[in-house]
Write a protein that binds this ligand. Structure first.
Ligand SMILES: O=C(O)[C@H]1O[C@H](OP(=O)(O)OP(=O)(O)OC[C@H]2O[C@@H](n3ccc(=O)[nH]c3=O)[C@H](O)[C@@H]2O)[C@H](O)[C@@H](O)[C@@H]1O
Length: 438
């Protein structure tokens, strides 16, 4: 506050030449000269002070963490006739009654598998991904290569870039959006909270803003998370159970997404389907997830931190295999009704759904480690640890009857068979000459 006083004093002195009469020029010019000098000095002081305060405070208190701003400041190249041609070709529908789908987060784990599956059945697919470095971007690039070979182009850009999204809809009238771009991971939310707000809230709102205003509005299917059940203890988790006790900021942003979806459905008639994924695993998975880095660390002979709850309570997850999840995503797209709005205005009630996509058979984390030991033929150095207070919940367990009824969702892969496929991929990808195990 003390800096404001000299500023308001300076502000009260005349500052524009037009406020002075010319005949009194010499006297006033001197006064003005002195005043200007004094003003200049004070302003320089204020300016330097502000810069100093900014630099002293920014690393600790800036709401935008350094790595987030680094990612956000990245510029992407898009536009031009060649680019538009590529976009159109990728989104070209090749089957009767096929969809034109924009897949956000297409270089991500679920995004890659869903894009490939849609393309295989003849839908037009365009990917969008910002290729951020939350985990090894070379894995994302390898997934991109995979999709490119099957004819899916991934536009490099951020869901917060409104101009880019508008351009994409200008070039292709997408019938559907499969929105999988997000800041994932439960524990990382304590390290970089801003990135969750940036992608899962601001990015989602930006996408919905564009979707509500285009004509025709697309139907949207998007990734929520089992983590919204938070501290809920009623098992198995049903879509009707309470989700107002998130245990992590990640979960809170996904829950916020569900409420935001409700709003855009209510006001603008957007057709919205949220899918609560339960710990998805499989080939081309995410290196930040336990099954993935346990595999890496087991092979390296490193110790494996296995969480347990109070009183030696078991920590368990309803691990769900990627192919089952892909079938759930396609089922959601196939049963999604059209949005009802046009020109940014609602014309009638639109579909609003939320589904659990889980496996319905939770497995303790220690059993996950045992399965990996057998598949990798190594003995784990188990390090049993208390479940840290960083967002993890003790267990998850999906009730999938609603998804079964509406989407024909029926998971068929148990953890043992799914991990077998993952391990085969892992060994091939990391020791098959492509990359050394990090
Ligand atoms: O179901 C979901 O919606 C969420 O599933 C996963 O989150 P999580 O289930 O915590 O998956 P992992 O991080 O792979 O953890 C799996 C299990 O291993 C445990 N764990 C994790 C890390 C570790 O060092 N030790 C350990 O025992 C966790 O407590 C958890 O029970 C994903 O990371 C989230 O992005 C996703 O939204």
């Amino acid at each position: 506050m003390s800096q404001l006083k000299p500023m308001s004093h300076i502000d009260s002195a005349p500052s524009t030449p037009g406020k002075f009469k010319m005949e009194k020029a010499s006297y006033f010019n001197r006064v003005r000269w002195h005043t200007s000098l004094a003003k200049l000095a004070v302003w320089s002081f204020v300016f330097l002070g502000a810069i100093l305060i900014f630099f002293l405070r920014s690393p600790a208190s800036s709401p935008v963490p350094a790595d987030l701003s680094r990612r956000s400041l990245r510029t992407y190249n898009w536009g031009g006739p060649v680019w538009e041609k590529r976009v159109r070709a990728s989104a070209q529908i090749r089957s009767r009654n096929g969809f034109a789908v924009l897949v956000t987060g297409a270089a991500g784990f679920v995004g890659t598998h869903v894009s490939a599956a849609l393309k295989r059945r003849g839908d037009g697919v365009l990917g969008l991904d910002n290729f951020n470095d939350y985990y090894d971007p070379s894995l994302k690039r390898a997934r991109q290569g995979l999709l490119e070979r099957s004819g899916v182009y991934i536009v490099e850009g951020d869901i917060n870039d409104e101009a880019l999204l508008r351009k994409l809809f200008e070039v292709v009238p997408f019938t559907h959006v499969m929105h999988l771009a997000a800041q994932a991971g439960v524990r990382y939310a304590m390290e970089n909270p801003g990135s969750y707000v940036h992608s899962n809230i601001a990015g989602f709102v930006n996408l919905l803003e564009v979707c509500k205003s285009v004509n025709p509005q697309p139907a949207i299917v998007w990734a929520s998370s089992s983590s919204v059940y938070g501290l809920n203890t009623k098992v198995p988790f049903s879509e009707r159970d309470r989700t107002d006790q998130p245990a992590s900021l990640y979960a809170a942003t996904k829950k916020a997404g569900e409420e935001i979806a409700h709003t855009y459905n209510h006001i603008y008639g957007l057709s919205l389907t949220g899918l609560r994924f339960f710990t998805v695993y499989g080939p081309w998975g995410r290196p930040d997830m336990a099954y993935f880095f346990f595999t890496r660390d087991l092979l390296k002979g490193k110790s494996i931190p296995i969480f347990e709850a109070a009183n030696h309570g078991t920590v368990a997850r309803d691990f769900t295999y990627i192919d089952d999840i892909v079938r759930g995503c396609l089922g959601a797209l196939d049963t999604a009704e059209k949005s009802t709005g046009s020109g940014g205005k609602k014309r009638g009630p639109a579909q609003l759904r939320i589904f659990n996509l889980g496996n319905t058979s939770p497995v303790p984390v220690s059993d996950l480690v045992s399965i990996l030991e057998r598949l990798l033929k190594v003995k784990a150095k188990r390090n049993i640890m208390k479940l840290p207070r960083n967002g993890d919940v003790q267990f998850t367990h999906a009730n999938i009857s609603y998804a079964q009824m509406e989407l024909g969702y029926k998971p068929t892969t148990d953890l043992q068979s799914g991990l077998k496929k993952f391990v085969r991929w892992y060994l091939n990808y990391y020791s098959g000459g492509k990359k050394a195990v990090e």
